[in-house]
Design a binder for this molecule. Structure first.
Ligand code: SAJ
Length: 407
């Protein structure tokens, strides 16, 4: 049993992680509170989309090493990989919602044994690993069990949606234990599949490192988005500007777009802002700039196209070459236009059916259908396939290209 791994949360991080351990010969129990997810995985299928993940999960389940269940199972190592969203207070402040982490941690009290390693992979505010330790201890006490000597570490995931399986193996990792023994145990565990360097630090540094990485990207995207708004005002082509500025050896500006989506970059900086509101001024401003970008795009559309116009949105996903519509600024823009009385067509080659909330508001069409029916075009996602489009393809109809893709 000490070799067994129990992964709590079978989502975008937990499922690939559980599966890769299983394909490396470890006995893995995957735990999820959703019975449909458990059943799907036990049939060797997946409930999320990520290139090649289906093959990995099928191999893991068929080998007999990965089994899904609804309750934690006794194991040597527990990995918590549940969501850490934020909640918005009536005053508009965003505060980390650790309820899923707390529930997962408390659920472990029924199964843990002395010497077990408990790893928090979920992106979390500084101090959460210590809280996990507190929740497990509290729950043990409530259940009348004696305090146990357990090892705790934070090992943040860093994999990029769309390239998860490659990055799971190839990215350097940071492990931060509450004790040096916990760090060493966690390092040994990840060396099972991680072929890159594994750096050891303390839990608080590991927690802040992960948040810092995503905040760094958010600030840099905000710089690009702010530049694009400045350029709109000064009538300068922002794409030409960035291309030229990036010829400087120490300048590397990212790309503007219709906003920042997904579950990571638009969330994690808030965990730093919550902890150090007076200091994190730039981080807050970056979040506000990126969150305001869809409104800037909407204002441009309203200026160019009267209500009632048939518009074709090219791309709906939260970023290029993925089929993930969660927290997508492109989808939010398309739905907002539909609610204002535009007729909105959507060309989204990565999506076969729209989520229920979008059905009836947007109409999925092919590119030729969009070209035949739409009076105007909005390029919202820089999917590789749209890179083949040329201005001439739009037959003189107006195009608002939020990604600077069409030449
Ligand atoms: N975006 C731009 N312009 C750019 C780059 C991105 O507008 O130049 C937009 C995208 O369109 C998207 C959003 O930003 O809406 C985020 O996309 P992303 O590709 O930058 O990042 P994510 O959210 O898919 O994944 C990030 C990654 N973090 C970093 O690159 C520092 C990934 O490594 C993390 O594991 C992941 O967050 C996570 O789970 O935290």
């Amino acid at each position: 049993m000490s070799d067994t791994i129990c992964v709590l949360g079978l989502g975008y991080i937990g499922l690939p992680t559980a599966s890769i351990f299983a394909t490396k010969g470890r006995q893995v129990w995957g735990v999820d509170v959703n019975p449909t997810v458990v059943e799907t995985i036990n049939h060797g299928r997946i409930h999320i989309h990520e290139p090649d993940l289906d093959v990995l999960v099928r191999a893991a389940v068929q080998s007999g090493n990965l089994k899904a269940t609804r309750q934690p199972v006794p194991a040597g190592t527990y990995i918590i990989a549940v969501p850490t969203p934020f909640k918005v207070t009536p005053q508009g402040e965003r505060l980390a919602d650790l309820s899923f982490v707390e529930a997962a941690a408390r659920s472990l009290a029924a199964v843990v044994a002395p010497g077990n390693l408990i790893i928090l992979e979920s992106t979390s505010p500084v101090g959460t690993t210590e809280k996990v330790q507190g929740w497990v201890a509290d729950e043990l006490q409530k259940q009348g069990r004696p305090p146990l000597a357990l090892l705790y570490a934070h090992c943040p995931e860093r994999i990029l949606p769309g390239q998860m399986l490659k990055e799971l193996v190839a990215n350097d990792r940071i492990v931060g234990g509450l004790t040096p023994a916990a760090s060493e145990a966690a390092k040994k565990l990840y060396a099972t599949f991680c072929s890159a360097a594994i750096f050891v630090t303390d839990a608080r540094t590991a927690e802040l490192a992960k948040l810092t990485e995503n905040a760094f990207r958010d600030v840099n995207i905000a710089f690009a988005n702010e530049l694009s708004m400045i350029c709109d005002k000064l009538q300068v082509n922002v794409w030409d500007l960035i291309r030229l500025a990036n010829r400087h050896p120490r300048v590397k500006i990212l790309q503007p777009g219709p906003g920042v989506g997904g579950h990571c970059i638009a969330v994690d900086p808030w965990f730093i802002i919550e902890a150090a509101p007076a200091e994190a001024r730039l981080l807050r401003m970056a979040r506000e700039v990126n969150d305001a970008k869809p409104q800037h795009i909407l204002a441009q559309i309203r200026q160019r196209f009267p209500v009632g116009t048939t518009l074709a949105c090219l791309g709906l996903t939260f970023k290029a070459n993925v089929d993930d519509l969660r927290e997508s600024p492109a989808l939010a823009i398309a739905l907002q236009l539909a609610s204002e009385g535009y007729r909105v067509l959507a060309v989204e080659p990565h999506v076969r059916t729209l989520p229920p909330a979008s059905q009836g508001h947007l109409q999925l069409v092919s590119m030729p259908e969009a070209l035949a029916q739409a009076a105007g075009f909005l390029l919202l996602v820089d999917h590789r396939v749209f890179g083949e489009l040329r201005l001439a393809d739009f037959q003189g109809k107006p195009l608002l290209d939020t990604r600077g893709l069409v030449k």
